[in-house]
Ligand binder design. Sequence first.
Ligand code: SF4
Length: 227
Amino acid sequence: MSAGAAGAGMLSVARTLDRCGVLGPGVRAVVWVQGCPLRCRGCVAAETLPFEGGTPRAVGELADWLAGLAEDGTVEGVTLSGGEPFGQPEALAALLDAVRARMPEFTAMAYSGFRHEALLRGTPGQRALLDRLDLLVDGPYVAARHAPLRWRGSANQRLIALTGRYADLLAGPDTSAGLEVSLGPDGALSWAGVPPVPDFRARLDARLAARGITLRPADEGPGRRGP
Ligand code: SF4
């Protein structure tokens, strides 16, 4: 598994979102890290795959942002996506520690293209991040097994409760949470979620291009909604 491009105490971030209801339980902030060593056909986050090109963000700055959102009741936790969160595990583990120093009940969910069993045999940093998660969606996106499942897009991907915080949710309906589309204060369109239909990104891009509409290509800072 590849290491992230950012140095110690820094994360290479593709974008952030301060409020999301379709990428995990409740209302959550989302951090999409930059860089993934896998290349799943049909990946909806192609712009996050290169390890180059992300925005370097200090762990302390992101921790302040997340703790502030939790303190004012906006979110109950964060979802880590990408890109591959386990490509930058040390910084993400430090981020969760820093937020929980202020908000001990803050919850954490992560996506990974790697299977849980592989992460358990991973680097110390990867195991440290795993130890700090409440929920994990594991495994690569497999277009041939696309399915409209809760918070994940293909039937090989598992939703794994790593603590008791959300264990009861696993008994609920396993159906798509859908997508969220938002309009930023500057007029920029963005979307988040796991598409319930295959080839969603290609279809969306083609339809928007036909109308001369573009999605915001990159995050512009905490509290701002990215694409
Ligand atoms: S693991 Fe996730 S981010 Fe990486 S290529 Fe696959 S779907 Fe895209």
